[in-house]
Write a protein that binds this ligand. Structure first.
Ligand code: HEC
Ligand code: HEC
Length: 472
C-alpha cells in the first residue's frame, strides 16, 4: 500500500505481490480497514491537523471561477467552427506575449515563461512576483514550458509498456508540479485569474480586455464573428489558442541540443560529457535516468529526460517563500493543498512531478519551491541528503525534538517516511555518497549538453549526414 514510491524497485516482484494481494485481500479486508482507521487516529492526528490547516491557506483568495471555469468541452467547440491551426497558433502567440491581459497591465505569460530561458524564468527568484501591484509572491517555482508534448493527463496508476519490467509505475503525468491540470487549456485559465499571478478579477474582466485588444478582429476571424460575444465561450477560445501556441514544435520541443545532435550521430560528446552520461545512467551511481529518462521511447522519439512520475524527494523547506511564513503550511504536492482529490492518500504527500532536465542548466532556481540555486547544489543534495543531513536541514528549535536535525523539514513529521530512498539518495554499500565531486563535475558537463540551440559543427554534419539543402 505504501510501496508506491518504491516504484522502480517493486517491478520484479510486482505480479507476485498482486496475486498475493488478491488471495489475501478478501480475508484481510476487515482487519485492514480497522488497521487503517487506527492508523488514522494515532499516527496521523498531527498530520491531519496540519493538512486541514494548510487547506485554510489554499490559494490565497483565488476567485471561485479559477477552479470552476469549465474549459473541458473546448475541443468539441472546434467541430462546429473548424478554426485553422496556424491562425490559432499565431493568435495564441499574441495572447502569450500580451501584458495587457493582466490586472497589472505589465505581466504576460512570457514574463514568467520567457523564450530566452526555454519558456522558464530569466531571474534567480525562487518564485515569481505577480498581482495587480506585482508584489505578491507565487507559491511555486516557474517550470519551463518546453518538452511537454508527450505529457499525458494525470493517472494514479501508470502501467508502463515501454518498461521491460512493466508494472504499476505509480502516479504519473498532468500539468503543474502536482499534475493537477489535464490539458494545456485547463492550465491556461489559472494564471489569468490567480491573484498572485495575472490577477484578473474574473472571466468577464479577461474577456473585456480581449475585446479591447488590437488583435480582437483576428480573434473573430479565427473563431467566428461571434467569438467574443459570450464571456464563457470567448474565454474558452482564448485558452485553446494558448494551448495551440504551446504545441508549436519549433518553439516548444525543438530538440536542438548537443545531446540531440549526438543521438543523431552528428557529433561526439567530450570526455567529461561522456563520463557524465554514464554516471547519469549507472544504477549504482547517479541512477538519474530511472526518473529522468535518457533513452529513446518505443516509437523512436528522442528522450524528454523525465518519465513524468510524481516522487517525494524531501527538498528542504524554503523560508524565502511568503506562504511558508505560516509555520504550519505545507505544500504537499500530490496530496494537496493545491489539488484536493487525493488528500486522503497520505502516502502521496510530498510528491512532485519529475521535471524534464532539458534546458535545466539555464535555470537559476531549482525544485518546486525554488530552494536550490545552482546545478551543483542540486547534485550535492542528491549525493548527501542522507549522509550529511545537517548540511541541508536546520535543527528543531523547540518541543520534544529540540536540537535534532529536522530531516525532510518540508513535510509534517509523520509523512517523512514517504521520501524516496533509491540511488542516488541512498548511500553506497560502504555508507558513502554515490557521487563525489568529480562525478558531479561530469554530471554538470553532461546536463549542459541538454540546452537547446546547439549547432553541430559543419564537418561532423558532412561526415555523417547527407545535406539535401546543397546541390549534390
Ligand atoms: C507570475 C508568473 C506566471 C505567469 C504570469 C504565468 N505562469 Fe504559468 N506557471 C507559473 C507557475 C508558478 C507554474 C507552476 C504551477 C504549479 O505547479 O502549481 C506554472 C505552470 C504553467 C504550466 C504547466 C507547466 C508544467 O510543467 O506542467 C503551463 C502550461 C503554464 N504555466 C502556462 C502559462 C500560460 C499560458 C500563461 C499565460 C496565460 C502563464 N503560464 C502565466 C507561473 C506563471
Ligand atoms: C526517484 C526519481 C529521481 C531520481 C533518481 C533523480 N531525480 Fe532529479 N528530480 C526528481 C523529482 C521528482 C524532481 C523535482 C522534485 C521537487 O521539486 O520537489 C527532480 C528535480 C531535479 C532537478 C531540478 C530541475 C528543475 O527544473 O527544478 C535536477 C537538475 C535534477 N532533478 C537532476 C537529477 C540528476 C542529475 C539525477 C541523478 C544524479 C536525478 N535528478 C535523479 C526525480 C528524480
Amino acid at each position: 500500500m505504501t510501496t508506491i514510491f518504491r516504484r522502480r524497485h517493486v517491478k520484479a516482484t510486482h505480479l507476485f505481490s498482486i496475486s498475493l494481494a488478491l488471495v489475501f485481500s478478501l480475508a484481510m479486508m476487515h482487519s485492514h480497514a480497522d488497521e487503517q482507521a487506527s492508523d488514522q487516529q494515532t499516527k496521523s492526528a498531527a498530520d491531519r491537523a496540519a493538512l486541514a490547516r494548510s487547506r485554510l491557506y489554499h490559494p490565497p483568495s483565488l476567485p471561485p471561477e479559477a477552479n470552476s471555469v469549465d474549459v473541458d468541452n473546448v475541443y468539441s467547440m472546434q467541430i462546429l467552427t473548424l478554426p485553422k491551426l496556424d491562425r490559432m497558433q499565431a493568435l495564441g502567440k499574441r495572447l502569450f506575449f500580451d501584458p495587457a491581459l493582466s490586472g497589472s497591465g505589465k505581466l504576460s505569460c512570457a514574463s514568467c515563461h520567457s523564450p530566452a530561458a526555454a519558456y522558464g524564468p530569466t531571474n534567480a527568484l525562487p518564485v515569481q512576483l505577480g498581482g495587480t501591484q506585482l508584489n505578491k509572491m507565487g507559491n511555486r517555482a516557474v517550470p519551463s514550458l518546453r518538452y511537454k508534448d508527450r505529457l499525458q493527463p494525470f493517472i494514479e496508476h501508470y502501467m508502463d509498456d515501454d518498461n521491460p519490467t512493466g508494472g504499476d509505475q505509480g502516479p504519473t503525468g498532468g500539468f503543474g508540479w502536482d499534475g493537477r491540470f489535464s490539458t494545456l487549456h485547463s492550465q491556461a485559465g489559472l494564471p489569468l485569474l490567480a491573484p498572485n499571478e495575472m490577477a484578473n478579477a474574473n472571466v468577464a474582466d479577461v474577456v473585456a480586455k480581449l475585446r479591447r485588444a488590437d488583435y480582437a478582429p483576428f480573434f473573430r476571424e479565427t473563431f467566428g464573428a461571434d467569438a467574443l460575444d459570450n464571456d464563457g465561450k470567448a474565454f474558452k477560445w482564448m485558452t485553446l489558442a494558448l494551448e495551440y501556441f504551446q504545441r508549436d514544435a519549433d518553439e516548444f520541443f525543438p530538440f536542438t541540443s548537443k545531446f540531440d545532435a549526438y543521438m543523431r550521430g552528428q557529433v561526439t560528446l567530450s570526455a567529461p560529457e561522456q563520463r557524465g552520461l554514464k554516471i547519469f545512467e549507472d544504477k549504482e551511481k547517479g541512477n538519474c535516468a530511472s526518473c529522468h529518462t535518457s533513452t529513446r521511447n518505443h516509437a523512436g522519439g528522442l528522450p524528454e529526460f523525465t518519465d513524468f512520475g510524481l516522487v517525494v524527494t524531501g527538498a528542504p523547506r524554503n523560508p524565502a517563500l511568503d506562504i511558508n511564513k505560516q509555520a504550519d503550511f505545507y505544500d504537499l504536492g500530490l496530496c494537496g493543498p493545491f489539488r484536493e482529490d487525493l488528500a486522503k492518500h497520505r502516502e502521496y504527500c510530498g510528491a512532485f512531478r519529475t521535471p524534464s532536465l532539458r534546458n535545466t542548466a539555464l535555470r537559476q532556481s531549482f525544485f518546486h519551491n525554488g530552494v536550490f540555486h545552482s546545478l551543483r547544489e542540486v547534485l550535492e543534495f542528491y549525493a548527501t541528503r542522507d549522509t550529511n543531513p545537517a548540511h541541508w536541514y536546520p535543527r528543531v528549535a523547540s518541543g520534544p525534538h529540540r536540537g535534532e536535525i529536522d530531516r525532510y523539514n518540508d513535510l509534517p513529521r509523520d509523512l517523512r517516511k514517504n521520501v524516496n530512498r533509491d540511488a542516488p539518495f541512498s548511500p553506497d554499500k560502504s555508507g558513502k555518497p554515490r557521487l563525489n565531486k568529480a562525478d558531479i563535475d561530469d554530471l554538470i558537463a553532461f546536463l549542459e549538453t541538454l540546452n537547446d540551440g546547439y549547432t553541430a559543427p559543419q564537418e561532423a554534419n558532412a561526415a555523417t549526414a547527407t545535406d539535401y539543402t546543397k546541390k549534390q
